[in-house]
Design a protein around this ligand. Structure first.
Ligand code: G6Q
Length: 567
């Protein structure tokens, strides 16, 4: 754990609580167990440690756990009042205590429409009204009724946003591409590096392009810069457009009406959401507009329904059979007792390739904190490093470290059985790889097995003995398998909601506010100062020698380049 430079007098008491101490004691025995033995001893292990939720199967039997481990982990969850905190969240209490906000992404997908109150106001009517407004608008665009300035229908949607206003909708659009409108394309621009917007715009025609400017605050530097570049491209393009034409080609998703109007977008073309929707939990809100345009409202509703079904599961299922709770507590087992530093998300479905990046934000921005909810220093590790990539590609790249490296890296393997591109040969190969990897990580390969294989391969004894230690696999590497029948909008909704609640449960156990993100502030403030120094070409603030040296180098190179161009 990284020590804090300012030592807070108050320390979080978690590590001295009964449930924690009991787990510490249990860990001494449990760390010596090998999963191969656990499977051998218990032929029912898969049956006992797997759960089905609709068309989703969670197999958590390949974990370094026994019944006792699970009992103690659930004791810890109960001690942390996970159930009570869960109810507080669903009931609209202001659990984001540092910002004084409710946390109600669950209300956005509350398909039962039961009232949810924030400050005595039932928020369901305004959620439903916004959904209806989006439905009307997106139907017009998708049916070709919404015409651009040249009288042509829209063929290309460009979402301009960053962080929570980009990662969710782009992941959803990518994952559900098989459901997309046949003649609509969607692009996402997030980076302020002009390369991205220029490359995107170079393929577009202004008369058939619709820009969705997605920003909760509508003050985000990267988004507003890109939006201004897009507006300028539109206004100075080949068509004789005027400011009035902006209304046909620019819409906004935001909580900040004033800033949207100032930018030049008519508030009639603004879709709203509210401060009780955190950025990284906002794909269910109007931030989903580009997904709705691309996939259609019917599919978006199915996505919401899938998430709502998982919300109900999370709310009502006992901790022992509750998928998000199980995943969360397993994560705590490895992170806090085995001291695993990271955890990998490995999708075996090409359309889920953006999921790892999405979960990196969801998890690390939520639980990457070292001060607890009550302002006390945590004396335990919190959010793990989340990383990952498409599993099948990873097998030919970084899996070496998973199999034979020195670190324990728990993994989530995510697969779907029925592909949208059902070529049996491809499907069978993909599935066998997924199954083989979780098996290999779990069982490893003993010295005896390895020796036997070398012998069978006809390797001479003295060579075989040298190679043996390199070919031995310890195994005992934990994995969860999350298997969807098919990657449908409903299944995706459930999958994302499952991870959101997993993050919530871990935040409860670590006593964190998972819904603020003060850690992103400092860099933003320093950026403003350095930008001022770059623009004025003046040293206005004091920096360390590294930052100053880099700034000087930047100025020097840029000047040389400008001189070259001027000559
Ligand atoms: C998410 C964060 C962050 C945010 C972006 C974009 O929880 O708050 O990723 O989504 O910084 O912010 P805007 O939507 O306000 O532009």
């Amino acid at each position: 754990m990284r020590p804090l430079r300012v030592i807070l007098n108050a320390k979080s008491p978690l590590i001295n609580t009964p449930a924690w101490l009991a787990l510490l004691e249990h860990y001494k025995k449990a760390k010596k167990l090998h999963m191969v033995d656990l499977f051998e001893k218990d032929p029912e292990r898969f049956k006992r440690y797997s759960l089905q939720f609709n068309d989703m199967l969670l197999d958590y039997s390949k974990n370094r756990i026994t019944d006792e481990t699970l009992t103690l982990l659930f004791d810890l969850a109960r001690q942390a009042k996970v159930e009570e905190s869960r109810d507080s969240m669903f009931n609209g209490e202001k659990i984001n205590n540092t910002e004084g906000r409710a946390v109600l992404h669950t209300a956005l997908r509350n398909r039962s429409n039961t009232p949810v109150f924030v400050d005595d106001e039932n928020v369901m009517p305004k959620i439903n009204a916004e959904l209806e407004k989006m439905q009307i608008f997106t139907n017009k665009v998708r049916s070709g009724q919404w015409l651009g300035y040249a009288g042509l229908p829209i063929t290309h949607i460009v979402n301009i946003g960053i962080g929570g206003s980009d990662l969710g909708p782009s992941m959803v659009c990518r994952a559900l591409k098989p459901y997309a409108h046949p003649s609509l394309k969607v692009s996402f621009v997030s980076n302020v590096d002009a390369t991205q917007i220029e490359q995107t715009l170079s393929k577009l025609r202004p008369e058939t392009t619709l820009f969705v400017i997605s920003s909760k605050t509508f003050t985000t530097q990267e988004t507003i810069t890109n939006a201004n570049t897009a507006k300028e491209w539109f206004l100075t393009g080949p068509g004789k457009v005027t400011n009035d034409d902006i209304a046909k080609h620019f819409v906004a998703v935001s909580t900040n009406k004033e800033a949207v109007e100032k930018f030049g977008i008519d508030s009639a073309n603004m879709f709203r959401f509210w401060d009780w929707v955190g950025g990284r939990y906002s794909l269910w809100s109007a931030i989903g507009l580009s997904s709705i345009l691309y996939l259609g409202m019917d599919n978006f509703i199915k996505l919401l329904e899938g998430a709502h079904a998982m919300d109900n599961h999370f709310r009502t299922e006992p901790l022992e059979t509750n998928m998000p709770v199980i995943l969360a507590m397993l994560g705590i087992w490895y992170g806090n007792f085995f001291h695993a530093e990271s955890s990998a998300v490995l999708p075996y479905d090409h359309n889920l390739r953006l999921l790892p990046a999405y979960l990196e934000q969801a998890d690390m921005e939520s639980n990457g904190k070292s001060v607890d909810k009550d302002g006390r220093q945590t004396t335990y590790s919190t959010g793990k490093i989340i990383w990952g990539a498409e599993g099948i590609n990873g097998q030919h790249a970084f899996y070496q470290l998973l199999h034979q490296g020195t670190r324990l890296i728990p993994t989530d393997f995510i697969a779907s059985i029925i592909s949208h591109h059902c070529d049996e040969t491809h499907c069978n190969i993909l599935t066998s790889n997924f199954l083989a990897q979780t098996e290999a990580l779990m069982r490893g390969r003993s010295m005896e097995e390895t020796r036997e294989q070398l012998k069978e391969a006809g390797i001479e004894l003295h060579k075989a003995e040298k190679r043996l230690p390199h070919m031995f696999f310890e195994g005992n590497q934990p994995s969860n398998s999350i298997v969807l029948k098919k990657l449908t909008p409903h299944a995706l909704g459930s999958l994302i909601a499952m991870y959101e609640h997993k993050i919530f449960v871990q935040g409860c156990v670590w006593n964190l506010n998972s819904y603020d993100q003060w850690g992103v502030e400092l860099g933003k403030n320093l950026t403003k100062k350095i930008l001022e120094e770059i623009e004025t070409n003046d040293d206005l603030y004091e920096h360390d020698s590294s930052t100053q040296g880099l700034l000087d180098w930047f100025r020097k190179c840029r000047k040389e380049e400008q001189n070259k161009q001027n000559n």
